[in-house]
Design a protein around this ligand. Structure first.
Ligand SMILES: Nc1ncnc2c1ncn2[C@@H]1O[C@H](COP(=O)(O)OP(=O)(O)OP(=O)(O)O)[C@@H](O)[C@H]1O
Ligand SMILES: [Zn+2]
Ligand SMILES: [Zn+2]
Length: 833
């Protein structure tokens, strides 16, 4: 029984002055409904907005007569747990975002507020000058009175020809506007037929039916055989009836028809072959036992599992989860982008069946909401999903697994700019849960935290990691040999093709043996721009500092940042030449060249253009798995997690494409990508082989990847990072300012940097290491007609960086408020653009 009379509410108005909880009173009749974590509609200024209840209190510090009451309680069960509410406040402090933004990130899109404008008729007497009504207005008013409240838009639509009359009624106060806060989506409902509690009744009624009511008889007989409730539509199809007969029985009061929530299950039509635990290899067993002990200890422990590709990490995950479930606890599994790895879903559903919920971005709003409700109602105990699944509203988490922990997709690029790894560790602390960070190529940040140096500096918030390793593949299968091919030499000997001679031969051989091939071409590697070959003109976005991208399918060139699009060019706008070259996505060109070189070759191309349709990934991968194609050609999405037994050749066509990006992680990303894609070859009986084509064959990231030498790469890269004060030794905060006028922007940047440098000076006097770089133009210096400038903070140790950033940013508050300057803060940024 909830006796609290006041609630502290975080309102859905993401702005600095509102980034705190406001007091509201809870009307008597809502006391049972309003709990920590529930959503409420509250008056805020002249509006009604959604808010989240974060605390309950018996009293208020404010003058009670000034405290407004909550208007609506939106949930029967709060969608957020108390733990998640607390986590939101941690996220807001750690990543410097508004608390409501963090709360919003935790609920499914379907529950995000939709504001509707409704109208109702004013109380009689309020404006009671009826004679003033214009012809036609009386009718509108009467209509609204009959409906009680009407959504404004639908009223406007209904009386579209008289929109002016409606507006007049509003202006003169005959109609009053009320704002409603609603869910964007509601649970899907279906009519369901219920038999009476006591089935012997049915037999008796059967006797009472007139002889000619054969159809009704069939329905009763059905429920005598199967008394469980049944969806009306299913019943009608099964018995081949029309609704009339069922309705007739309901009218007699013999059956009951009710609207019942149904769940949209995106995997309902799929069957998953059940699997049982495999006997573990000694390496797997050693790792599994460490994890099992940790899970049983019910303390927060973080493991970094470094297992080479094909070492059987997934089986370790599955058995660790089993341990956790046996204990009556729950597990969360994160994968980079689940739509990309249907094989993962299959493995988890195969082992745990319908105890698994799946959350990813390719589900519809409704499907996502239904999967989420299964979690909220504890109908499942395992969640597998992309980044935001880390917010699954479980209450007894025992284990959190982050597969391919080095992936950048675990960092959200828009606010809240959280990293799922850190959120996982924070949740594990609350639940006494273990975390497994698994990868064949762990990030330097995670690896660093297994070192003694990091252990010495560990805090409860940033605990040290325990390193587990699985250095060999299952069943002693070898890692495939990797050959580096120097493309400069190819060019010298007159080969201008995208394929080196050796790779060409290797492909030919596989086609002959009916084995399969994976070809990787990094998306950023090959230009997709439009260029005039006469004068060198390149089509740029008129609103952004970036070249336009050619899309062959729509014959358009468009900007990836703002969506600006124009038709493909036939003449150069600068010199009028007809020699315009449209560089299609790199993969398209490779596909064309493959077809030319190997007539009849069957190629599946996976890239942004071929995978927009829902379920397309799955379709392509199933086809490839069924050996309906010889080549799987694609961008990064073919590099990860795939496990196909007939793949014996992997080719990386442009290994250095990532190396040339202006990012201190370029070498790390190159090493990761090459190692991952090489790992797709020879995972089963057939031995594999890998070719890496590059213009910089001597670079240590490429050499180490070719030797499967993670440790060698890591040591070298650590040295470079230490030398240049980059993560993991120093941490970064990136502050990006943007504005339409470059002058104002430069001035703001300088003011900010000056203040930051002052504060850094103070810190250094107290012994803190802190360096401020900038302001400089961002690598992408303009997006959507707004110029961009950035400052970077590099710091070391466990400093309260939030305080400094907030203090410094406050010097820009005026410009933000009055001049539309935007300030975006990224703590531990993954992309430096
Ligand atoms: N104990 C075992 N006995 C037999 N086969 C196993 C065992 N463990 C795993 N496997 C098989 O070995 C193959 C590789 O395992 P898995 O895909 O889990 O590797 P991984 O470490 O996740 O690799 P990657 O990092 O490349 O995704 C799979 O086909 C899996 O079914
Ligand atoms: Zn030109
Ligand atoms: Zn643009």
């Amino acid at each position: 029984m909830n006796r609290s009379m006041y609630a502290k509410v975080i309102v859905d108005v993401p702005a600095r002055p509102t980034n705190r909880a406001f007091d509201y009173s809870i009307p008597e009749h809502m006391r049972e409904l309003v709990a920590v974590g529930s959503r409420v509609g509250v008056p805020f200024g002249p509006r009604t907005v959604q808010g989240f209840v974060v605390e309950l209190h018996p009293g208020t510090q404010l003058d009670p007569s000034k405290v407004k009451p909550i208007k609506t309680a939106m949930d029967l069960q709060p969608p957020l747990t108390e733990e998640l509410v607390k986590l939101a406040s941690w996220i807001s402090r750690t990543y410097l975002c508004h608390e409501v933004t963090a709360l919003q990130a935790m609920i499914p899109g379907a529950l995000k507020a939709k504001y509707e404008r409704h109208v109702k008729a004013a109380e009689p007497g309020a404006s009671g000058l009826l004679p003033l009504l214009l012809p036609g207005q009386e009718e509108i008013l009467a209509y609204v009175r009959r409906q009680e409240t009407v959504e404004l838009q639908s009223l406007m639509d209904k009386f579209a020809d008289d929109a002016g009359l409606v507006k007049g009624l509003l202006d003169e106060g005959f109609l009053v506007e009320i704002q409603m806060v609603k869910d964007r989506m509601s649970a899907k409902k279906a009519l369901t037929v219920f038999a009476p509690e006591d089935p012997s009744q049915l037999e008796a009624w059967l006797g009472e039916l007139p002889a000619k009511a054969a159809k009704q008889r069939e329905v009763l007989e059905h429920f005598i055989r199967q008394p469980e409730p049944m969806k009306l539509t299913d019943l009608l199809t099964e018995l081949n009836l029309s609704a009339g007969s069922v309705k007739a029985l309901a009218d007699r009061g013999w059956l009951r028809i009710e609207e019942v929530e149904v769940q949209r299950d995106p995997y309902a039509s799929r069957t998953f072959k059940p699997t049982s635990p495999l006997p573990l290899t000694p390496e797997q067993a050693g790792v599994y036992e460490r994890i099992r002990d940790a899970v049983l200890s019910e303390r927060q422990r973080v493991f970094l599992l470094h297992g080479v590709t094909g070492s059987g990490k997934t089986e370790v995950y599955l058995q660790s989860i089993q341990t956790c479930l046996d204990q009556g606890r729950e597990a969360i599994v994160l994968v980079p982008e689940i739509a990309l790895t249907p094989q993962m879903v299959e493995r988890f559903k195969g082992r745990f069946g319908n105890r698994v919920a799946v959350l990813h971005s390719r589900l519809s709003h409704g499907e996502r909401y239904d999967e989420w409700r299964k979690i909220a109602r504890r109908e499942v105990s395992v969640v597998i999903g992309a980044r935001s699944a880390i917010f699954a509203p479980f209450t007894k988490i025992g284990l959190i697994i982050i597969d391919e922990e080095h992936e950048t997709t675990y960092k959200q690029e828009e606010s809240p700019k959280y990293h799922a790894r850190d959120v996982a560790i924070a949740r594990a602390a609350e639940h006494g849960a273990s975390v497994i960070l698994g990868s064949a190529t762990p990030s330097l940040e995670s690896m660093y935290r297994t070192t003694n140096e990091a252990a010495a500096a560990a805090t409860p918030e940033r605990p040290a990691f325990e390193l587990l390793s699985m250095p060999s593949r299952v069943e002693g299968r070898p890692l495939p040999p990797v050959r580096i091919i120097d493309m400069r030499e190819e060019l010298k000997s007159g080969n201008r093709s995208m394929f080196s001679r050796d790779l060409y031969k290797a492909i030919e051989e596989r086609l002959h043996k009916k084995e399969q091939i994976v070809l990787l071409l990094n998306r950023r590697g090959y230009a997709t721009f439009v260029m005039c070959r006469t004068c060198g003109y390149v089509a740029d976005c008129p609103h952004c500092d970036i070249s336009l991208t050619y899309h062959q399918s729509s014959r358009a060139i468009r900007c990836h940042y703002c969506g600006y699009a124009e038709r493909e060019l036939s003449l150069c706008p600068d010199c009028g030449s007809e020699h315009i070259r449209h560089f299609g996505t790199g993969t398209q060109r490779v596909e064309e060249e493959l077809a030319k070189l190997f007539p009849g070759i069957r190629v599946i191309r996976m890239d942004v253009d071929t995978t927009t349709e829902k379920g397309s990934h799955e379709k392509w991968l199933t086809m490839f798995g069924n050996r309906q194609a010889d080549v799987l050609l694609g961008t990064q999405m073919v590099a990860k997690g795939l496990d196909f037994p007939y793949v014996t050749l992997v080719g990386a066509l442009a290994a250095d494409s990532v190396l040339n990006l202006p990012d201190f992680r370029a070498a790390e990303r190159t090493f990761q990508l090459l190692t991952q894609v090489a790992g797709r070859a020879g995972r089963h009986q057939l031995p594999g082989e890998v070719y890496v084509q590059t213009y910089t064959p001597e670079h240590y990231s490429i050499v180490s990847a070719s030797r499967h030498d993670y440790m060698g790469f890591m040591r070298k890269e650590m040295m470079m990072r230490r030398l240049h004060n980059y993560p993991p030794f120093h941490r970064l905060v990136l502050i990006t300012l943007s504005h339409e006028q470059v002058q104002l922007l430069i001035r703001s940047g300088e003011v900010l940097a000056a203040r930051l440098k002052e504060l850094a000076e103070d810190r250094r006097d107290q012994g803190g290491e802190l360096e401020v770089l900038g302001p400089v133009a961002s690598p992408i210096s303009r997006i959507k007609d707004r110029y961009r400038f950035q400052c970077m903070i590099k710091y070391r140790g466990d400093q309260d960086i939030a305080q400094i950033v907030e203090q410094a940013a406050s010097v820009l508050e005026d410009a933000v408020k009055t001049q539309k300057l935007t300030v975006s803060i990224d703590v531990d940024p993954q992309l430096l653009m």
